[in-house]
Write a protein that binds this ligand. Structure first.
Ligand code: SF4
Length: 249
């Protein structure tokens, strides 16, 4: 028999201090729907599976093509993007919950600001003077460009942080994603200018030595970024930097 409804079970919370509860919804089935389009149906007609009028579910999304990371949530127990979670490919009822490692705003929406603050802390950018035409930038050797491109696919989705046992409210650990960006920007011929500042930013509290080497991040990353290789490489870079600084005192 053709499927008539899509059944979802949503973990809800009305505000950061509120109680958690679950609510079930059934929305008419259409082919090729993703979790976002199901949530949009609930938003249009917020009536739960018992037929009671409810509040629209709150979630975050933006690009809808797995580039921005905004729609990351726990889907059937796994952190992933709601835009690429296709209903025809996942088990039902579909269980949706917010990421647990970030402060909750409401329902499925969390605040990932801590990741962006860490990116600022490690200077995850290339400093250029935009006041005049600079011409083409320096070229990166093809060998470096290949692996640097893989690191640049990070969309600050937070899946690696969710999987990391050392990233939580009791720890200051900035997590694998911002640390990985240090490796990316340090290999760039212009970015190299701030190499030492970036290394120092990950040598203090909450930095690379807080990594417990569980390696969960590697499996959790939807972009298959070699996070553990970056962590190992930066361990080497920070050790060399510490020795050099000691002898330069
Ligand atoms: Fe997401 Fe991977 Fe970036 Fe972590 S490293 S934030 S899992 S894309």
């Amino acid at each position: 028999m053709a499927q008539e409804f899509i059944h979802i079970i949503v973990e809800r919370q009305d505000n950061p201090e509120g109680n958690t509860y679950t609510e079930e919804f059934k929305v008419p089935y259409r082919k090729n729907m993703n979790v976002i389009s199901v949530l949009m149906e609930v938003q249009k007609n917020p009536v739960n599976a018992k037929g009671e009028k409810s509040k629209p579910v709150v979630w975050d999304c933006n690009c809808l093509e797995e580039v921005c990371g905004a729609c990351t949530m726990i889907i059937n127990g796994k952190p992933r993007q709601a835009c690429t979670a296709l209903i025809d490919q996942i088990e039902q009822p579909v269980r949706l919950a917010p990421l647990s490692s970030f402060p909750l705003i409401r329902d499925l929406m969390v605040d990932r600001q801590v990741m962006f603050d860490s990116l600022k802390k490690v200077k995850a950018w290339i400093p250029i003077d935009g006041t005049y035409e600079l011409g083409p930038g320096p070229r990166l050797a093809e060998r470096e460009r290949e692996w640097a491109y893989e690191l640049s696919k990070c969309m600050t989705c937070g899946c690696c942080m969710e999987a990391c046992p050392n990233f939580n409210e009791r720890s200051k650990f900035m997590g694998p994603a911002p640390i990985n960006q240090v490796r990316l920007f340090n290999v760039h011929p212009t970015g190299e200018m701030h190499k030492e500042d970036r290394l120092e930013a990950i040598m203090g509290p909450g930095g690379i030595t807080d990594c417990g080497n569980s390696q969960n991040c590697l499996k959790a990353c939807p972009k298959e970024i070699p996070l553990t290789t970056s962590l190992a490489d930066l361990n080497k870079q920070t050790t060399k930097h510490a020795i050099k600084s000691f002898f330069n005192r």
